[in-house]
Design a protein. Structure first.
Length: 365
């Protein structure tokens, strides 16, 4: 542990610190193991060249994902429905997931819905206006003066983005509480008539899920303290990852060079951020990393591995649930929150997303 730890806000300025008090998840009702998905993939590939079919099956089998959850039954996923029909399912099911997920977190923390001062909802896999937070305020009878912020179009990075926004709100407002709810359904974006490698790889690695993080600047609440947070934006990489709106819905954009781009920028993403906080990577006890996919995980594992660190929890979340976009890193965070840690342990949260960008949060347990 480094001796040069940044002081928390309560010792620096006589004010408060911001803590992550609780993380809870909610999975959709449908799920299939990879071997149960393969027959659907074979049916989808019917009529394609045999060699191509075998390649696609290998991609699904080698994706590092054992099970995927979804808001739709696989039969629906592999049915040629319209963008409107899929988005209607997204709106209906995301609202249910959001309510269940937020209630799970409130129950875990022993809070009431009216205890929340700031609600942030995060999603990029469907379109709804009003945003899902409006429905949650109504259904849970949250406070009528609650501050709400929907975060969209930031993809996989946005789970940590939500934590960053909540942290800044809470730093400016002592004694307040916030909920960050990430709700994603990549299966609603699946393109049945698209046999591009991008669509196939996306189908192989993505799954649906929701997670809620409760945060507080109330000194009566406990949990890991947010010591620092920061975003990092890549130049000339806006076309590497995202969605293109087409007549059939949201079509995935995913450049195969993403792992190399991450590796190229990795030193600038990690080391200067830690240095600003008088730390080195050797001082970090826990890595809470978004599992974007097997190749990205392997890239980051190699980079961290050379520094004597492991990302076993990250790999396990990918294996158990797949990439659930913004919610995924919060599943990794929940695994750490549910473990016992030595007082003073440090954790580094890290995620990547469209822009191209990286988001970082430094935690003290």
């Amino acid at each position: 542990m480094a001796l040069g730890l940044p002081l928390s806000m309560d010792t620096q300025k006589g004010t408060m610190s911001v803590k992550i008090t609780t993380v809870a998840k909610q999975l959709p009702q449908y799920s299939r193991k990879t071997d149960e998905v393969i027959p659907f993939v074979k049916q989808w590939m019917h009529g394609q060249e045999n060699r191509f079919q075998r390649k696609v099956i290998k991609i699904f089998e080698g994706a590092g994902v054992d099970k995927r959850y979804s808001i739709m039954d696989p039969v629906e996923v592999f049915t040629n429905t319209s963008f409107e029909e899929r988005n209607n399912i997204y709106v209906r099911e995301i609202t249910k997931l959001g309510k269940q997920c937020l209630q799970n977190a409130l129950d875990k923390a022993n809070w009431k819905p009216t205890d929340i001062d700031f609600i942030i909802t995060v999603s990029c896999t469907g379109i709804m206006i009003p945003s899902v937070d409006a429905y949650l305020i109504n259904e849970l009878k949250m406070r009528q003066d609650i501050v709400r912020l929907p975060v969209t179009e930031m993809g996989c990075a946005a789970g940590i983005s939500g934590i960053i926004y909540a942290n800044n709100f809470l730093k400016a407002n002592p004694g307040k509480r916030a909920a960050v709810i990430a709700l994603e359904a990549p299966t609603a974006t699946f393109q049945l008539e698209d046999f591009s490698m991008v669509n196939i790889v996306s189908a192989a690695i993505f799954g649906d899920g929701a997670a809620c993080v409760l945060m507080s600047s109330n000194q009566e609440d406990s949990g890991p303290e947010v010591l620092a947070e920061e975003m990092y934006h890549f130049y000339d990489a806006t076309d590497m990852m995202g969605f293109k709106l087409v007549n059939t819905g949201l079509q995935m954009i995913l450049d195969k060079s993403v792992p190399e781009k991450i590796a190229e920028h990795f030193p600038n993403i990690v080391h200067p951020f830690l240095k600003k906080n008088n730390l080195k990577i050797e001082d970090i006890d826990h890595l809470i990393f978004h599992p974007g996919g097997r190749k990205i995980v392997e890239t980051v594992e190699d980079l961290f591995g050379s520094l004597g660190k492991n990302i076993e929890d990250t790999k396990e979340v990918l294996k158990l649930y797949g990439n659930m976009s913004s919610a995924t890193v919060l599943y990794v965070l929940e695994r750490f929150m549910d473990k016992k840690h030595k007082k003073g342990d440090l954790g580094l949260m890290l995620s990547f997303g469209p822009g191209f960008s990286a988001q970082r949060v430094l935690l003290k347990f």
